[in-house]
Design a protein around this ligand. Structure first.
Ligand SMILES: Nc1ncnc2c1ncn2[C@@H]1O[C@H](COP(=O)(O)OP(=O)(O)OP(=O)(O)O)[C@@H](O)[C@H]1O
Ligand SMILES: [Mg+2]
Length: 133
């Protein structure tokens, strides 16, 4: 069940900040503690930054979920950019980005409870993650 949903376009730098604080606000309203609020906000800004950096534009969807009495915050980051052809290397940690700060996709996966990437060369990328309360 979806309780609340919002779609935030990521078109420019300020949209990253907006998505980040929107996510943090939603997390706080849902009852997440400070540490999880920060995890959620960090994950959102990493995914939004990737959209801007590699796909130029896309969107972040934030939803509060309720599943068998458990509440969760879902983040979906979606774009129609070039895709991530080396996604397996990214996920197993063998792809080392030249400018990578060591957070990005792997860091976001670590911060979340559920994490999945769907990507196809030339088609785009969709990352879905959930943090359970
Ligand atoms: N939305 C996307 N579209 C296309 N390629 C992407 C996208 N997101 C990530 N990538 C590719 O996956 C790689 C890994 O992304 P990740 O965010 O983990 O690291 P990074 O962006 O290189 O470095 P960091 O996020 O630490 O600054 C990127 O270098 C880029 O090649
Ligand atoms: Mg990145």
């Amino acid at each position: 069940m979806t309780l609340d949903a919002s779609v935030l376009d990521i078109l420019q730098e300020t949209d990253i900040v907006a998505a980040r604080s929107r996510g943090k606000e939603l997390a706080r309203a849902m009852g997440f503690g400070m540490v999880d609020q920060t995890r959620i906000a960090t994950g959102i800004s990493e995914l939004a930054r990737n959209i801007l950096q590699y796909a130029r534009k896309g969107r972040i969807q934030l939803r509060s979920l309720s599943e068998s009495g458990r509440a969760g915050l879902e983040i979906v980051a979606e774009d129609e950019g070039p895709g991530i052809p080396h996604i397996n290397a990214v996920l197993d940690g063998t792809a080392r980005s030249p400018r990578g700060l060591g957070l990005g996709i792997l860091g976001t996966r670590r911060l979340m409870d559920e994490f999945e990437v769907r990507t196809e060369a030339g088609q785009g990328t969709r990352v879905r993650c959930v943090k359970w309360l």
